[in-house]
Design a binder for this molecule. Structure first.
Ligand code: HEM
Ligand code: HEM
Length: 215
């Protein structure tokens, strides 16, 4: 029988937030790609995809703002965690290739609530999020007053963020859904729970801490 999944990894509100934000992101990705690739730009000429891009922005920006005000402590923790890097992360980088290609689990240094790779994704999400916001608002609200060169740079920055976020999203999806080692990942982003063994093997440092406070 499969082991009971009793360790809370994500709260319900975090799961809601993740999927609402993902839906908005995917709409932005598709409507953005239509503008980005001239060959498929025809639908954009009518303005519909541009309009949808702007509607999705409201959710893409609104969801984190609402989440932040409802959960300020968790949100600040997320930002702090994303920006804190140290020697342990270097150790993770040196061991990760072996681990992700099937090497022994025990050789990996114990990880916190997210591992270094996930932290890297968080950094990309936060960093590109800020770039999208600034460059996007410049293009949206200040088109008529900006010097053409500044407008041009906004487009370039928006495009760089798009390429970076898209490539990393492919890795994120692969690890979340397909990688043979991440057996409980997707379900944890559905009902919030993982088994004790999975918690111990993947997030040993974090599991050690939360099982201490439970006692
Ligand atoms: C803060 C959020 C965002 C804002 C305010 C924003 C705003 C904009 C605006 C105003 C445009 C110009 C559209 C036009 O020509 O009418 C644009 C284009 C574009 N957006 Fe966004 N956007 C945001 C997020 C995103 C995200 C998350 C993606 C993709 C993952 C994305 C991808 C693109 C792409 C690829 C273009 C086409 C740029 C080009 O012409 O090469 N945007 N965005
Ligand atoms: C179809 C697309 C997506 C899928 C299937 C997906 C899946 C997942 C899964 C399964 C997890 C839990 C990972 C774990 O702890 O085991 C996760 C976490 C997370 N996701 Fe997504 N996600 C998607 C899109 C996105 C997007 C678009 C963003 C941000 C713009 C995002 C941001 C995050 C963050 C910050 C985490 C926590 C850190 C991490 O575990 O990497 N996800 N996602």
């Amino acid at each position: 029988m499969a082991e009971a999944r009793v360790v809370e990894r994500f709260k319900k509100r975090t799961i809601w937030f993740h999927w609402i934000h993902t839906a908005a992101f995917l709409v932005l990705l598709i409507t953005g790609a239509i503008l980005f690739f001239p060959g498929i730009g025809a639908p954009a000429a009518g303005g519909l995809t541009r309009f949808i891009h702007r509607i999705a922005v409201v959710f893409f920006v609104g969801a984190p703002i609402v989440y932040f005000f409802l959960n300020p402590r968790m949100s600040l923790h997320f930002i702090r965690e994303t920006l804190t890097w140290g020697k342990e992360d270097l150790q993770w980088f040196s061991k990760a290739p072996d681990y992700y290609f099937g090497g022994a689990e025990e050789k990996m240094p114990p990880q916190g609530h997210v591992n270094t790779g996930q932290k890297m994704w968080q950094l990309v999400v936060l960093g590109t999020g800020i770039l999208f916001l600034i460059s996007g608002c410049l293009m949206w609200f200040f088109k008529d007053v900006l010097a053409p060169s500044v407008f041009g740079w906004s487009v370039v920055i928006h495009d760089i963020a798009f390429i970076l976020a898209f490539l990393m999203l492919l890795v994120h999806i692969y690890l979340g859904i397909i990688h043979p080692r991440m057996t409980e990942s997707l379900r944890s982003m559905w009902d919030g729970k993982i088994s004790k063994t999975y918690a111990r093997n993947h997030y040993g440092k974090w599991y050690g801490e939360i099982s201490q406070t439970e006692k």
